[in-house]
Design a protein around this ligand. Structure first.
Ligand SMILES: NC(=O)c1ccc[n+]([C@@H]2O[C@H](COP(=O)([O-])OP(=O)(O)OC[C@H]3O[C@@H](n4cnc5c(N)ncnc54)[C@H](OP(=O)(O)O)[C@@H]3O)[C@@H](O)[C@H]2O)c1
Length: 215
């Protein structure tokens, strides 16, 4: 499975403001790129925090939808499963909703497809990818925040990263591209630049993950 991430960051690497309400960092150009990436994916994955901020189908714009190979999975990864379950998401015919969580969090009668991890602790990234592959996912787009994206990077599960550098500074304790425990000098994740484009005040960066560490 190919795993690609897409994130809009401020100049200081933040992905939201300090109050963490739903915000768009990117411009209409960034949105158009996001739409094209969604059209290439069999599944779009977010974490519970990102979904609570924007609990809607993750679909390409109408103009890009003919490029979809399949009705895309919209995957929400949550420890608590304390997420909005609106009909506008669950009953949207253009997507296949899927929740990935701990078995203990699933109440009987949960109204959507679930992959439930029966082991201890957090749901491991490798297991998530196995379950998605079993559902036919060949190309996964990760639109998660820094909590989950750090875990994907730590598991060496990201092949390519799209990062839009947006002309703003946030500061403070706002979430970043990759949060979690962080990496040490010896295991910091390294990337190779495949493409870059400047459009207006934004810089669109496309990186390939360099496994084994030497860029
Ligand atoms: N600028 C951008 O491109 C961009 C992109 C994505 C998100 N954001 C913003 O970033 C902020 C969210 O940041 P975040 O890092 O908290 O988001 P996140 O990684 O998308 O979501 C974190 C949540 O994912 C679930 N989770 C994480 N690891 C898990 C695991 N191993 N097993 C099971 N569940 C797991 C938990 O959900 P529960 O709490 O439900 O248990 C956790 O609270 C939001 O404000 C969002 O709007 C911005």
């Amino acid at each position: 499975m190919k795993v690609v991430s897409n994130t809009a960051v401020s100049l200081d690497g933040r992905i939201n403001t300090r109050e963490r309400r739903f915000t768009f960092f990117g411009s209409a150009r960034d949105h158009a790129r996001m739409s094209r990436l969604r059209a290439e994916a069999d599944a779009v994955l977010v974490g519970g925090a990102t979904f609570r901020n924007w609990p809607h189908p993750a679909l390409p714009d109408e103009v890009d939808r003919p490029r979809l190979k399949t009705r895309p999975w919209n995957v929400v990864v949550s420890r608590s499963l304390d997420v909005p379950l609106a009909p506008s998401f669950l009953a949207e015919p253009a997507i296949r909703p899927l929740f990935v969580t701990r078995a203990a969090a699933v109440e009987p009668g949960f109204p959507a497809a679930v992959e439930a991890w029966a082991g201890d602790g957090d749901v491991p990234v490798g297991w998530i990818l196995e379950r998605l592959a079993a559902r036919g996912v060949e190309r996964l787009l990760v639109e998660a925040g820094g909590d989950l994206l750090f875990q994907f990077l730590a598991a060496d599960a990201i092949d390519e990263m799209h990062v839009t550098l947006c002309p703003m500074v946030v500061g403070g304790a706002a979430p970043t591209l990759a949060d979690g425990a962080g990496f040490d000098r010896d295991d910091v994740r390294r990337l190779r630049l495949i493409a870059s484009e400047v459009e207006g005040d934004e810089v669109f960066l496309h990186y390939r993950n360099v496994r084994g560490g030497t860029a």
